[in-house]
Design a protein around this ligand. Sequence first.
Ligand code: AGP
Length: 589
Amino acid sequence: MCGIFGYVGNRSNAAGLAVNGLKSLEYRGYDSWGVAWKEGSALGLRKETGKISGINPESLPACSLAIGHTRWATHGGVTAANAHPHLNEDRTIAVVHNGIIENYQELREELKAKGHVFLSETDTEVIPHLIEEYLKETDDFAHAVRLACQRFTGRYGILAVHTTSDTIVAARTGSPLIVGKAPDGFFIASDTPAFLEHTRTVQYLDDGEMVITNGKSIIFSDLKTGEEKLKREIEITWSIDEARKGDYAHFMLKEIMDQKESVARAVNQNEEEIIEVARAIENARGTFLVGCGTAHKACMAGEHFFSIVAGKHVNVAPASEFKLYHRFLRPESLLIAVSQSGETADVLEAIQVAKSKGAKVLAIVNSPGSSIARAADYTLLINAGPERAVASTKALTGQLAVLMLVAYALAGKLAEGKKLLLETASMINDMLNPRYADYLSRVADHIKAKEDLYIIGRSWNYPMALESAIKIQEVSYIHAEGFAGGELKHGPIALIEDGMPCIVLAGNDEVLPDILSNAVQLKARGGYVIGVAPERNEIFDEWIRVPDAGAAQPIVNIIPIQVLAYFLAVQRGKDPDMPRNLAKSVTVK
Ligand code: AGP
């Protein structure tokens, strides 16, 4: 949540670079934005509510140091005053911040008692004021930032600048910060797409670290002790084109279409690593899969893969609930943390809980170098390429593919799993053709005026029913709910009214007769039954054809729903890439 960006170096368009960088970070928050830049011995500032998309980067003054922020509101409403950067009273210090300063009320009272005046409702505003206080004790700006940081509880990634120095000081505790090293300066941002067009050489800050750069050199140090640290430089392999939407109207559509290749990329794993991971699961006394939102639904499907393919029991929990599982954890336990961004706070907390009990952690992530990947003992990358739309699409199918592959490896049938997944990837390629999209657009047109929609599935299609509901809710704002087919008659069926769209996810599997009888129950109550299945059935009012993919059925079944959700959003006049109230990377608890 919230994107932060900083540049200092030889270029004279630092503020413009910040605007462009923030545009790439808008998926992290888009209710307001702001940029501060060094103009001679003063700080220039521009803050506005709404999206940054409209602003021309060249409209900002020439400068060689700037910091910027795109906000997802936590403390205080969406106003220009609450937008970052935040400054102290004499406007000598500017700060952008991602995360939450939990003890901000106490600090605010303390600072108010010393005469500081606050202009916003944010937790962030205490930061420049506190730095100002410490500048009374030291004339070293970085040291003042360090002393201020030692007072904060909570999570933060911050960038701070001061009128008397041409440096950016950054500190991280809990919220991601990545340095980009270019020939003509340094970038610091919440995520790599912000500077990918300028450099692919990156250095990741770890928790409890600080960075000071003047654009020519950079110093990493321990946030508490000030002791200098050496940092490895890493080359990012993601291309800039992958991070752009190209000719597509929206990132969501582009990323759905990317699945023509991304599923095959997910399958392209180092076999030895997959086997090592399978061995770790086999030897573990208790394996737990956790994730949030869509990634959690991938974990739920993973439970079925492990059970059906490998006869192995695993436990699944939303990451936000996992800390309650601490009683079941021991050093022989294994936590499998699934995440696209690799930065989700709830997943990081689950990892902490597991580690505190000595358990091992396997990360299945999309973002290489992310906090979750770096905290894990084993990491499998899903190789989906950058996912920018808030609605997760290609990351989900990548997560499903990797979980399936691991399940096959566990069953000693890795080659079979690989073959099935590569066949599935080729089926997806055939499936995502313009005619299919046109058909789904017509289905969307037929149901777009409805305010309620239900989706049912059984076995591994049950998590996909839940995921379908998330996809439709978050981009179209239709009230969509997913149920286990068998649960209908225990309550939800009371909601079914004449003409209500009911999506039934089916496959040629052991639960087909059961899910079809649930479809009959829906139809008998007037439901408009949209079947997603390899074969037509007379019970379906609408049939969305999907290939018969065996154990990979959940992967092919979710794809038409992603397309349907996209069209529902667009046809209802909503922006599918930036749904209200949401952010791509949820770095608060
Ligand atoms: C999915 O469409 C969501 N926007 C959301 O549920 C997401 O999957 C969740 O926040 C987890 O994110 P992560 O995969 O980056 O950890």
